[in-house]
Design a protein around this ligand. Structure first.
Ligand SMILES: [Zn+2]
Length: 115
């Protein structure tokens, strides 16, 4: 379980990340509008525009997934189990949570799971 100070720090971090993501999402949404078939895309060829759009689409989807996770995480950080690894129940270090507040696993388990 986190100390009250850690909970406050982490909460501020998650809220800041959520705001940043919301900003990123609205920027990316503007960049992933359908591309018109005419020549209104300046110096980029249509192919480049399509590639850029698909990269932005990928970034947009990732941002939306992370936003949803953080939004779900926020109300749970007061729980005793919040900073326990889902797999091995070890305590996830606070530094890791500050980097990735939505971590469900400790470093060792998440490496094992991503192999
Ligand atoms: Zn673990």
């Amino acid at each position: 379980m986190l100390t009250p100070t850690q909970t406050t720090q982490l909460k501020a971090k998650i809220e800041a990340d959520i705001l940043q993501l919301q900003e990123d999402i609205s920027g990316l949404e503007a960049m992933t509008q359908p591309i018109s078939p005419d020549n209104a895309i300046g110096r980029l060829s249509r192919m480049d525009a399509i590639n850029t759009r698909s990269a932005n689409q990928t970034a947009l989807n990732a941002a939306k997934v992370r936003l949803a996770k953080l939004t779900q995480t926020l109300p749970t950080i007061d729980c005793a189990e919040y900073n326990e690894c889902e797999a091995c129940l070890v305590e996830i270090p606070f530094a890791r949570l500050m980097l990735v507040p939505e971590s469900e696993y400790c470093v060792a388990c998440s490496e094992k799971l991503s192999e």
